[in-house]
Write a new protein. Structure first.
Lengths: 293, 136
């Protein structure tokens, strides 16, 4: 399978572990992810006000780039990019007047956008097009004994029109863990917000939430939290050192992208795990695991 | 909180602006409280989301804008997803933010980002989303 791929800004900077592991894992599964020959920041957040068409230009431009490269589908890894691209796409599909306005503004573009590109998250591709049984066939090093907290956050499951799974009880990551030989906890915070951009304006909010969410995952027996969003990852992982300053009784817990545990389970070369970019070193989890196996 | 409700202020221009920007009708709200029950930012809010809805019905946009509520809203869409009346409360919060931002009054000053070890490493995704949501 060949599909165009939109990385987004953060996968090229602080979330390199997400991109490296995802590209290795998809290659192993026979998915050829072709990075867009040109792309721009999607804007990270979908504009919610009815008159703000200006901020829809960035995501729509990216969708035009997909068509320019000869594709009609684009795979996204980052939850925020996924949500922004998907919602902007839905908006112009439903509202031809707004689509015309956007196209009129970009009259110098060679292509007019017609709303035909499909935006799809990698987790959806894994579930619907590869399938858990196929993924199991690639597992060379079962993650037996490991227990993960699946963390979907907000933008993979809300609003419902762009949700990749059940809005209140998503299961897609739980199923992935099972395929890899690991186990998921029934994590009450799996769709709770991490505090998002409050990490810039009111970081204390994020510290309190991370303290609570990591502690609960640990109490429930999780060895790590698994997620798909670089902002959630910053708040839940990189902020742990700030949490420790505020709450001395706090114990750090590894946080990984879902593609990183896949790379381990597939027994791909170690540099594809991207652990050196993790703020809380997760490698000890898999040493233990290797002894068991 | 005590304030006077005046009939001629109930449907004022600011409320109509909120409704237009968010594509909602504030009178759809019947105060079930589901938005506030699910909102993860509630512990930090001076007004709860359902109180914001009630105040909008009374035309009290300026009073709402004196609170921190629209600014600590993280746009997580729990309120909009669970509202039994399909009110997009997250969009209402955005409209309230926009009404202030369009006066060129920023909420966030990037030069005064709280000093915290590691703050220099803020990822692009955090900086872009915060400036999009909290600055003009």
């Amino acid at each position: 399978m060949k599909i165009s791929y939109f990385p987004g800004c953060t996968l090229k900077t602080t979330a390199k572990n997400f991109e490296i592991s995802a590209l290795a894992v998809t290659k192993e599964l026979g998915i050829e992810m072709v990075e867009l020959s040109r792309w721009n920041c999607c804007g990270t957040v979908y504009s919610l006000t009815s008159d703000d068409l200006m901020h829809q230009l960035a995501p729509i431009r990216d969708l035009i780039r997909v068509e320019e490269d000869g594709f009609n589908r684009v795979a996204v890894l980052c939850s925020m990019c996924y949500n922004t691209l998907k919602r902007a796409n839905l908006m112009v599909q439903k509202d031809s007047e707004k689509l015309d306005k956007i196209n009129d503004f970009m009259y110098k573009e060679d292509l007019k956008y017609d709303g035909k590109v499909e935006v799809v998250h990698l987790l959806t591709i894994l579930k619907d097009e590869i399938g858990w049984e196929e993924i199991k066939k690639h597992v060379k090093r079962k993650l037996e004994g490991l227990i993960f907290a699946p963390y979907y956050g907000c933008l993979l499951v809300r609003p419902p029109e762009v949700a990749i799974d059940n809005v209140e009880n998503p299961y897609i990551m739980d199923a992935l863990f099972e395929a890899l030989g690991a186990r998921a906890i029934d994590y009450p915070y799996s769709t709770e917000c991490c505090g998002s951009y409050n990490t810039v304006s009111n970081p204390d909010i994020v510290l309190d939430k991370t303290y609570e969410m990591v502690n609960l995952a640990r109490e429930q027996g999780a060895d790590a939290i698994i997620l798909s969003c670089p902002l959630c990852d910053f708040n839940l992982e990189a902020r742990q050192k700030n949490v420790l300053q505020k709450y001395p009784d706090f114990h750090p817990l590894p946080v990984l992208y879902f593609t990183q545990i896949m790379a381990v389970a597939f027994d791909l070369p170690q540099d594809t795990f991207g652990f050196k970019y993790n703020q809380v070193d997760p490698s000890y989890l898999f040493v233990k695991n290797k002894e068991k196996v | 909180m005590e304030f006077k409700i005046k009939t001629d202020e109930i449907r004022n221009d600011l409320v109509k602006e909120v409704e237009e920007l968010s594509n909602t009708n504030v009178f759809s709200c019947y105060q079930c409280g589901k938005c506030s029950a699910g909102c993860p930012s509630v512990p930090y809010m001076e007004l709860l989301p359902n109180q914001v809805m009630r105040l909008l019905q009374f035309g009290k946009v300026e009073l709402i804008l004196k609170s921190n509520t629209p600014w600590v809203c993280a746009s997580c869409f729990v309120c909009s997803t669970r509202c039994p009346k399909d009110i997009d409360i997250a969009a209402i919060m955005e409209a309230l933010r926009q009404i202030q931002l369009r006066k060129n009054e920023d909420y966030l000053n990037l030069n005064k980002v709280p000093d915290m070890e590691g703050a220099k490493e803020l990822p692009p995704i955090a900086l872009v989303s915060a400036t999009r949501k909290l600055t003009a």
